[in-house]
Structures are given as structure tokens and as C-alpha cells.
Design a protein around this ligand. Structure first.
Ligand code: ADP
Ligand code: MG
Length: 492
């Protein structure tokens, strides 16, 4: 991402309407960068300056103060001709499609191509047909806009804005005249096409249903840019309610981190919850005498820090910015985190589910350090944690092995011998596992294993199929597979 071409670069931009006494500042000290392929959503109350900003970027107005560069060219002080020239790089989509009623769908689209210098009419026809196919309107080539639905018209507008493969697509409330489903479809389509042709997109919207498509959400309030805290929270926490932010004494804040910087250190006390807004982080787990082990990789929309907050108060892993990435995180203090959790069953369920997956992943990764992290995550996320009461039997000698067991908490006793003459052979504790050696070729258990005589035990249980896929799909070499299989129980 860091190397992508910068399409829009704005520094300390101010904009005013009116003159003298009546002059009113509508944009203040705007700073914004948009890179190729980025899909950026602008939100904010009505009258906050969104359309004004978009029209400045779109070269429909002249810059008053500050710097606005598009594709490296400074537009403060640009001539009318330069602005017109620059507009050739844009696709512009407005609230209601500005199609010409007396031209067919095909003619409307072809017109935007013919405004470009380098297309023959034949090429223009082929491109028009292709883009109409892409927006699902191949049969409407000869229809007039008056005979299309609102959603179809907006799809034509998108086709017409994107057919020239513009470097930048600007859209001002493109879903305002559509119902919710049609609105989402139209923007999803725009998202797909823009990504395919590496266009940057800047879209103004109030439509909450499309926020998840954004690579970044920027909030405009009273002419100033800020982080869209509420929108970002509503994307990540399914039961988020704006009113909760008002109740809390602490507010979310924004922090940025450089490539390879550590955000959270394993072992440190936990007091914050993090939502990843931009960039990539890697999760490592450290054990004594071993190099740190990569266990997970997170990107925009993921969160971290909940394990420490909900389980014992200490960080159970280290979170580090991935190489060549820059990270922006929303930081939420424990008080606010607990407020979110306590006020929504939905949010709580989501976080508890994720917590379970992560705890399982971390246990399994500890037990099988040489297995691919991605395979561990896939299997551990589905794994169940089962509790057995003191002394109860977990597996029985002579039964065909069909599960892998990893002890999460408590102790187990291993017995061998026949029914009348059972011998306690050894003990197993948290972190140890059994069942693996018999699983691969479906042998019988050569032992009986019970929960310890005095305590409950919690075990992670993985079925045969998942366990085999874990081992077989891993990029581990044969030695590692063999060593996993040659577990101590094999020898005991
Ligand atoms: P938004 O798109 O966020 O609703 P706008 O950019 O349209 O906001 O408007 C920002 C502010 O500028 C508003 O207070 C609006 O009344 C004012 N404004 C917009 N256009 C003009 C204009 N041509 N002359 C004077 N004031 C304007
Ligand atoms: Mg507007």
C-alpha cells in the first residue's frame, strides 16, 4: 500500500463562500491523501462541506488557499484549461444519474469515451458493450434512460464514469435516490470495477449499508476532517450504539505505528482494546528458549487486545506492525470496552466467539509449533473445548481412535492394562496431547485416559478429519509430521 501511487494529496486546504462581511469558511485546514486502488468513504452531517470538498477535488471549483495536488499536479493557481484537462482523469457520479434523456444507454456511455482523445468509434463501441456487460445491462444498449429503473440508471452512470478507466472516481451520494438493496448493489459494483482497474474512489454517502466496502472512512464535520469513530465502531461491533460513546468518560483515540513497531507486548498488563483501521499487524507468541512464533495476521476491521482484557489482564501475545506497513488503530480504554460488552448481547457474543477462537489457536499453536499458522487457525477456530469432571473417562483403551485431544487445563491420568488389572502409567498436564498417534491410520487407543482424581479437566477436541488435514495440508516437512506422530505416548 505504501508504494501505491498517490492520486489525491491535499494540504492545509481552506475554502470560503461569499465575500467580505458575508464570507463564510466552509473547509478548514483539510489534509487528505488518497492512493491508487483506495476506496475512501466520506461521511458527515449535511452542510458539513462534503460536496464542496468533492467538487474542489473534481476540479469544478478553484482552490482558494492551501495545496491540492491530483496525480502530482498542483491545482492551486491552475488555469481554467488546466482544470478542464485534469477532469479527463476523473469519473464523476452524482446523486441522480445525469444521463441525457435523448440519447440511448449506449450513446450516453460512448459519449464519455469520445470526450477522450484516443479512441476510434469502433473501440468505443467495443468498450461500451464490455462495460454494460460488466454492470449487467447488456440488454439495455438501445434503451433510453426514461425507460430504466433508478438502480439501472445509476448502473449506467457508473458504467459511463468507469468506462474510461479513470485514475479517480468521485461520487456524491450515488445511492441517495435508490432503495437500500439497489444502493448497496450499485456501490458494490463500483467497488469491484474500481479495484479491477486500480482506480481510486472517493465517495460521499450517508448510507450505512455500504460502509464495510471502504478501505477507510473519513468524517467531515463543520468543514474539518476527522476520524469516523462511530462508523468504524458500528462496522466492527455488531451491537454498537452511538449513545454509549456519550456515556463513557474516556473517548476512543487514534494512534499510528510505523513498520515493525510493537503495539502490544506479551506479558504486559492489558488495559486497552484496539481496532485496526489501516495496515497489517502480525501476532506472535513467545515461549522461553524459543524464537517468537507467528500465530496470526490481522488487517482492517479486525480487533485485538480483548484476550488480555477478558482473560487474566495480561497480554498473551505480542502484536507488531507487519514489515512495510503503516498502521492506524482506534484505541479504546477498558472502561469503554466493558461498556460496549455490557450493553449489547450481539457485541458480547461476537467478541466471546473471537476470544474462543484465539485462545484455541494459541493453545494449539503452542502444542504443535511446527505446523502452519494458517492451518492452525482454521482448525482451532472450529475446535470445541470440553470439560470432564474429576475421574471421568475421556478415551477408553481398545476403542478406535477418532479424535485428537489437547489438555487446556487440569491433569489427566493414563492407564494401561486390562479391565481387571489396570495400571496407572503416567500423568499428563496442560499443553500435552494424546490420540494423535492412533488417528492417522485409525488404530485403537492403547490406553485409557481419565480426568485427574480430584480436579476437572478441560480439553480441546479435534475430530480425525480436521486433525489429518491439519497435518497433511501443512508445509511441514516429513520430519515434522513424523515427530508429531512420534509423540511420547507412542513410546510409553
Ligand atoms: P454537504 O455536502 O456536506 O452537505 P456542502 O459542501 O454542500 O455540504 O455545503 C457546505 C456549506 O457551504 C453549507 O453551509 C452550505 O450552505 C454552504 N454552501 C454550499 N454551496 C454554497 C454556495 N454556492 N454559496 C454559499 N454557500 C454555500
Ligand atoms: Mg452534499
Amino acid at each position: 500500500m505504501t508504494n501505491a501511487q498517490t492520486v489525491v494529496s491535499i494540504q492545509n486546504l481552506n475554502y470560503f463562500f461569499g465575500e467580505g462581511e458575508l464570507q463564510k469558511q466552509v473547509l478548514s485546514e483539510i489534509n487528505l491523501e488518497v492512493k491508487a486502488k483506495e476506496f475512501v468513504i466520506l461521511t458527515g452531517p449535511s452542510g458539513s462541506g462534503k460536496s464542496t470538498l468533492l467538487s474542489l477535488i473534481g476540479c469544478l471549483r478553484s482552490v482558494h488557499q492551501g495545496s491540492l495536488k491530483i496525480l502530482g499536479q498542483e491545482l492551486n493557481g491552475a488555469t481554467k484549461e488546466q482544470l478542464v484537462q485534469m477532469r479527463r482523469n476523473f469519473g464523476y457520479i452524482t446523486q441522480s444519474s445525469n444521463l441525457l434523456d435523448f440519447l440511448t444507454v449506449q450513446q450516453n456511455i460512448q459519449m464519455s469515451l469520445e470526450l477522450q482523445p484516443d479512441f476510434s468509434p469502433k473501440e468505443a463501441r467495443a468498450k461500451t458493450a464490455a462495460i454494460l456487460e460488466a454492470v449487467g445491462l447488456a440488454q439495455k444498449l438501445d434503451a433510453y434512460p426514461g425507460n430504466l429503473s433508478g438502480g439501472q440508471k445509476q448502473r449506467v452512470a457508473i458504467a459511463s464514469a468507469l468506462v474510461t478507466r479513470p485514475k479517480l472516481v468521485l461520487a456524491d451520494e450515488p445511492t441517495a435516490s435508490l432503495d437500500k438493496t439497489a444502493g448497496r448493489n450499485v456501490v458494490a459494483l463500483m467497488h469491484r470495477l474500481a479495484k479491477e482497474q486500480s482506480s481510486a474512489v472517493l465517495i460521499v454517502t450517508h448510507d450505512n449499508r455500504i460502509l464495510d466496502l471502504a478501505d477507510r472512512i473519513v468524517n467531515v464535520e463543520d468543514g474539518k476532517l476527522g476520524l469516523a469513530f462511530n462508523q468504524e465502531l458500528s462496522l466492527v461491533l455488531p451491537g454498537f450504539d452511538d449513545a454509549l460513546l456519550e456515556k463513557a468518560t474516556t473517548k476512543p483515540t487514534l494512534l499510528t505505528y510505523e513498520s515493525e513497531e510493537v503495539i502490544v507486548h506479551q506479558g504486559e498488563p492489558a488495559s486497552k482494546f484496539y481496532i485496526l483501521l489501516e495496515g497489517e499487524v502480525e501476532i506472535f507468541q513467545e515461549s522461553p528458549d524459543e524464537p517468537p512464533r507467528l500465530i496470526n495476521h490481522l488487517s482492517r476491521g479486525d480487533y485485538f487486545g480483548e484476550v488480555g482484557l477478558l482473560r487474566g489482564g495480561k497480554r498473551t501475545a505480542t502484536v507488531r506492525v507487519a514489515k512495510n506497513s503503516e498502521v492506524k488503530v482506534m484505541v479504546i480504554e477498558e472502561e469503554l470496552f466493558q461498556l460496549f460488552l455490557g450493553n449489547s448481547e450481539l457485541t458480547k457474543a461476537d467478541i466471546v466467539r473471537r476470544l474462543h477462537q484465539r485462545v484455541m489457536t494459541s493453545h494449539l499453536s503452542n502444542a504443535l509449533p511446527n505446523v502452519d499458522p494458517s492451518q492452525i487457525i482454521a482448525v482451532a477456530s472450529q475446535a470445541k473445548a470440553i470439560r470432564y469432571g474429576a475421574n471421568s473417562t475421556i478415551v477408553k483403551q481398545g476403542e478406535v481412535a477418532d479424535k485428537f485431544y489437547l489438555i487446556l487445563e487440569g491433569e489427566a491420568e493414563v492407564f494401561v492394562g486390562d479391565r481387571h488389572n489396570e495400571l496407572a502409567s503416567s500423568q499428563m498436564k496442560a499443553g500435552e496431547y494424546f490420540g494423535n498417534a492412533q488417528l492417522v491410520d485409525g488404530q485403537k487407543y492403547p490406553f485409557t485416559i481419565r480426568a485427574g482424581a480430584n480436579t476437572d479437566i478441560e480439553v480441546m477436541v479435534i475430530d480425525r478429519e480436521s486433525f489429518c488435514s491439519l497435518i497433511l495440508k501443512s508445509n511441514t516437512n516429513q520430519d515434522v509430521v513424523a515427530s508429531v506422530l512420534r509423540h511420547r505416548l507412542m513410546n510409553s
